[in-house]
Design a protein around this ligand. Structure first.
Ligand code: FES
Length: 202
């Protein structure tokens, strides 16, 4: 698993735009008086969405003030979870799950494909600055392992060749179809198998 890296280049200021501010106030209002700090994860997510999918340190400070909590506590949350990006990411942001079920089904072949097509190191922008990749913990699609997430879409049942093809399409401005790449509908069993006793379709 990768260590969280904080960008060396940081903007000087951050504040919520009106959409983010509305969303943040709505979320905070759901918590009982005195428990508003519990909204920190949601507010970090809102800040990330607003700021091209990454969270600068000034945004953490802003959220700390917004929720009347110490900056270090916001920093601790932001640096703990992989879904918060602390460095700029590409317009096409590839997250490869390398947790055990994906790992034993070949996740590191997907990592090899990312290194080949995007950049040798994770969290580093591709030459055209449009794409970046990183390893992440379980994305909840283990039954279709190995898999990766590109922006909001899941690509599942992958191998190295399929991953290379998907990345080629992404890098040439196309939008590959998300979902299973072994033709499964959602997480259905392969070969139309209905029960564990259905040996002939196993
Ligand atoms: S282990 Fe990869 S999605 Fe769960």
């Amino acid at each position: 698993m990768s260590l969280k890296k904080v960008s060396k280049e940081q903007p000087k200021s951050f504040e919520f735009n009106s959409n983010s501010l509305d969303a943040a106030k709505k979320i905070v209002s759901k918590y009982p008086e005195g428990k508003q700090q519990s909204a920190v994860m949601a507010l970090l997510y809102i800040a990330q969405r607003q700021n091209d999918n990454w969270i600068p340190l000034v945004a953490m400070k802003y959220i700390g003030k917004f929720l009347e909590m110490p900056y270090i506590k916001v920093y601790e949350v932001a640096t703990f979870y992989t879904m918060y990006n602390l460095t700029p990411v590409g317009k096409h942001f590839v997250q490869v799950c390398t947790t055990t079920p994906c790992m034993i089904r070949g996740a590191y072949k997907l990592v090899e494909a990312c290194k080949k097509k995007i950049s040798e190191k994770e969290n580093e922008l591709s030459k055209d600055k449009n794409c970046s990749w990183m390893e992440v913990e379980c994305l909840g699609a283990c039954v279709n392992a190995p898999m990766m997430q590109i922006n909001d879409d899941y690509y599942e049942d992958l191998d190295k060749e399929k991953t290379l093809k998907i990345l080629d399409e992404i890098l040439s401005g196309k939008t590959p179809k998300p979902g299973s790449y072994r033709g499964r509908l959602n997480a259905e069993p392969e070969n139309n198998r209905k029960t564990l006793m259905d040996i002939k379709n196993a």
